[in-house]
Ligand binder design. Structure first.
Ligand code: ZN
Length: 429
C-alpha cells in the first residue's frame, strides 16, 4: 500500500482529518560502514515528512529512524542514523512528493502557492522541488530532437512584470509536422537579433542543419539573425502575422476617423468603437446578424470617404492571398493588392503596403514550403497566458522560462489510470 521501496507501514492513524503513517525501513541486519562488523540497534528517532495525499487527505509519514551503533572495540564509528534515497536527510517531503509537486506545477499548470498548500509546505519548499525536478527535464538535450520547422514570435510572450514595464521575450516553437501539439522549444528574454543568434549557435551543428524552414513574425531582427545563424533555412512570413498587421491597420484607421469626428478616444457610444471587434473578424466568420451590425456601424461612422471600409477590404484581400492555389497566382494577387493600396489616399494602407512589399520574398515562400503556419504558436500563446495568470506575473525570468517550458515544452509521459469500465473484474470471486 505504501509503495516506498525499502519501507513498511507500522501503523496508520487519523490526525485531525489527515493521515499519519508510521513507517520503518525493512533493514534488520546492518553492517558498520567503517569496519563492516554487525551493528547493534542503539536508538529510535522519529522524523516527519509529507508524502503524496491518499484519497484526498494529506499524508504525514512518521519515519521511525534507527540509530545504529558499532560494538567493535577498535572502530572509530560510534553511532549513525540510517538514510534512504527516497527521503533525503532533513527533507520535509518525500522525493516522490517533490516529483509530484513539479508535475502539478509543470504539466497541470497549477500555481506553486496552491500546490504548496495541498502538500502543507511553504512556497519556497515547493518551488525548490519544481526547480530540482524540472530543470533536468528542461535542460535535457533530447528535448529539442527532431525539429525541422521553427516558429518565432514575440508578441504574446511579453513577460508580465510586477513593475508594469513590458519587456520583450522571444518564443521559439517547434512547428514540425507530426509534432502535434506544437512544443515550446525555448524563450529568450530579449527581442534582439544577437540573443537569437547566440541561442541558435548554442545548439549542435546537426540540430542547426536539420532546420529547413523558419516561420517568422515580421520583425527584421529575427530575419537577419536567422540569415546569419541558419543560412540554409527558408524564411516564411506566415498568414497569421500578416493578417494581424492588416487588422492593426484597420484599427489605426478606425481610431483616426473616430478622433477626427469626436475629438476624443473610443467611447462606447461611438458607432465605430462599437464595431471594433467585428472589424477584426474575417469576412467568412460573420453571421447575418453580425454582418448587419458591421454595415450599420460603417454607415453611421465611416463618413470619411469610406476609408475604413476600404481598409477593411484591403485587409480581407491580403488574407485571401494565402488561399491562392499556387505561387504564380499569389504573386499576381499580391501585385494587384499593392497597386490597390498605392492608389488609395489612406496613409495607413500606404504604410502597410510598404511593409508587406519589403517582406515579399518571405510571404511568397509560403507557397514553396507547402504552407507553413505559425498557427500552433497561437495555441501555445493561450497556454502561456494561462501560466502568466496563474503565476500573477513573474519577476524572475528564469522562473518564468522554467514554468513555461515545463508546461508547453516537455513531454510528461504521465501514466494514465486504466478506465475501469469494460475491464474484467479481478477482485470479485
Ligand atoms: Zn565499526
Amino acid at each position: 500500500m505504501l509503495g516506498l521501496a525499502g519501507f513498511v507501514v507500522l501503523a496508520v492513524s487519523d490526525y485531525g482529518g489527515e493521515l499519519e503513517q508510521a513507517i520503518e525501513t525493512t533493514a534488520d541486519l546492518v553492517g558498520c560502514p567503517q569496519c563492516g562488523a554487525v551493528a547493534e540497534l542503539h536508538d529510535r528517532r522519529p522524523s516527519w515528512v509529507r508524502d503524496l495525499p491518499v484519497a484526498g487527505r494529506p499524508v504525514t509519514l512518521v519515519w521511525v529512524k534507527r540509530v545504529w551503533r558499532c560494538r567493535h572495540r577498535l572502530c572509530e564509528m560510534v553511532t549513525w542514523t540510517e538514510t534512504s534515497p527516497v527521503i533525503a536527510p532533513r527533507a520535509s517531503l518525500t522525493e516522490r512528493a517533490r516529483r509530484e509537486i513539479c508535475r502539478r506545477v509543470g504539466e497541470d499548470g497549477a500555481s506553486v502557492a496552491a500546490v504548496a498548500r495541498e502538500f502543507g509546505v511553504g512556497w519556497r519548499t515547493a518551488m525548490d522541488a519544481v526547480r530540482e525536478h524540472g530543470i533536468p527535464r528542461v535542460d535535457d538535450p533530447h528535448r529539442l530532437d527532431g525539429v525541422e520547422i521553427v516558429g518565432l514570435d514575440e508578441t504574446a510572450f511579453r513577460a508580465a512584470s510586477a513593475t508594469g514595464s513590458t519587456s520583450f521575450v522571444s518564443g521559439i516553437v517547434d512547428l514540425s509536422r507530426g509534432s502535434a501539439p506544437a512544443r515550446l522549444l525555448d524563450v529568450i528574454d530579449e527581442r534582439s537579433a544577437s540573443a537569437l543568434v547566440s541561442w541558435v549557435n548554442q545548439r549542435e551543428a546537426g540540430w542547426r542543419a536539420g532546420i529547413r524552414t523558419a516561420a517568422l513574425d515580421p520583425y527584421r531582427g529575427y530575419a537577419s539573425a536567422l540569415r546569419t545563424a541558419l543560412p540554409h533555412a527558408v524564411q516564411v512570413l506566415d498568414a497569421f502575422h500578416v493578417v494581424r498587421l492588416a487588422f492593426a491597420a484597420v484599427d489605426d484607421v478606425r481610431r483616426r476617423i473616430q478622433h477626427e469626428q469626436t475629438g476624443h478616444r473610443g467611447h462606447r457610444d461611438d458607432p465605430l468603437y462599437r464595431i471594433r471587434r467585428l472589424l477584426r473578424r474575417s469576412h467568412d466568420h460573420h453571421s447575418q446578424r453580425s454582418w448587419a451590425r458591421l454595415l450599420a456601424g460603417l454607415d453611421a461612422g465611416d463618413t470619411h470617404d469610406e476609408q475604413l471600409a476600404r481598409t477593411w477590404i484591403a485587409a480581407q484581400d491580403l488574407r485571401l492571398i494565402y488561399h491562392a492555389p499556387d505561387r504564380a497566382r499569389a504573386e499576381q494577387q499580391l501585385y494587384r493588392w499593392l497597386t490597390y493600396c498605392a492608389d488609395t489616399d489612406i496613409p495607413e494602407l500606404h504604410r502597410l503596403a510598404r511593409t508587406i512589399d519589403s517582406w515579399r520574398t518571405e510571404l511568397l515562400a509560403y507557397f514553396d514550403t507547402g504552407g507553413v503556419s505559425n498557427g500552433p504558436t497561437e495555441a501555445i500563446n493561450l497556454l502561456i497566458k494561462k501560466i502568466k495568470r496563474v503565476g500573477h506575473g513573474f519577476r524572475n525570468f528564469d522562473n518564468y522560462r522554467l514554468r513555461l517550458l515545463l508546461h508547453c515544452g516537455v513531454h510528461w509521459n504521465t501514466v494514465r489510470a486504466t478506465p475501469i469500465r469494460g475491464r474484467p473484474p479481478r477482485s470479485v470471486a
